[in-house]
Design a protein around this ligand. Sequence first.
Ligand SMILES: *Cc1c(COP(=O)(O)O)cnc(C)c1O
Length: 423
Amino acid sequence: MMIHTYENTLAFAQNLDNQDTLRNFRNYFFIPQHQNQDVVYLCGNSLGLQPKNTLKAIETELLKWEKFGVEGHFEGKQAWWQFRKPIKPLVASLLGADSSEVTIMNNLTTNLHLMLVSFYRPTGKRTKVIMEAGAFPSDQYALETHLISRGINPSDNIIEITPKSGEYTLNTEDILQTIQNVGDELALVMLGGVNYYTGQAFEMDKITHKSHEVGAMVGFDLAHAIGNLPLSLSLWDVDFAVWCSYKYLNSSPGGVSGVFINKKHHQSNLPRFGGWWGHLEEERFLMQKGFKPIPEADGWQLSNEPILPMAVHQVSLEIFKEAGFDNLVSKSKILTGYLHYLLTNYTKDYIEVITPANPLHRGCQLSLFAKKDGKKLHQYLTQQGIITDWREPNVIRMAPVPLYNTFEDVYVAANSVINFYKS
Ligand SMILES: *Cc1c(COP(=O)(O)O)cnc(C)c1O
């Protein structure tokens, strides 16, 4: 699909939908209803929609449990004790990682703490952590309490990078300069891949390179990046990453999380919190004393696998595979580009799009700063069956997702904003 100019007409939007080779993937999902019609769902950045095959996948595992009881751990084509194995490459391909660098476990904030145990290694004067100001609160709380648990004062050791005055987003140059300035006092750089509030995608390659240059570790929280942006974690040489699966990965509310741990750390003696599921598989059931980790990301696992959420996760990941992530990214650029065009050309007296205009510096989400009546606008959209979310103090987030959103969705949402301010 090649687009030279966009137009604000329903016919134009529908024509793009007709040309969209991915349009059938929408039928793989349940679309919530409003007055017996599909809503315009623009909240996939918060909770992805349910694939229609989800219930069947849960049922398969429940039937296994019903039929085999404990033997389900070793029965059937995806025995529970190794349930993650076919899921790992599906996730790894979205991350630009090797399967050995990925494991599926726990929840996001838990995994962030576990990664800090291994990758926040304060020594001598090298104790500081760089974060983005306005990071997702759970990440702020995790860092703050983690440092306290290690006897380190967070207010002296967490450095937040803030936008220049009058700006909403960060300059890569400013991030790199801060890393340079903290230099040999810097232990860790820990940023989001995409900031949840502004929708800004950080230049992870450059940030990683600079952090390593000054001798610091670097990790990313990819909650808003996985399944949204093209990622090359191995190539960029990122040390670790964490994410959740219920946003763009459509893997159910509170669904299972995952971690990426760079190959170069697999055989290192970084400290970690261990558990039996991280122990060498061939010796795990000997139940002997003395922890010997699997020499891969799996060596950071603690517990046996939560089969139902993992089965749900797999359903969605297989849809990503079938659609092809590169195809999704190409559509996403045009889809979000269309929303950006409509908002910046037709609502600029009332709305400022604070997400970067450069498609390389954003994913599918746009954050709309309402200059007036923001909360009323959000209510109006909801009444029209347009599902967006409101973030205090004045931002509406809209995330057209290439797997299930249409150009018509984008047209309808933007024109509702236009109509609201007209009336
Ligand atoms: C969604 C999100 C979380 C949520 O954490 P959970 O542990 O899954 O509840 C944390 N951090 C970021 C950056 C997020 O976007």
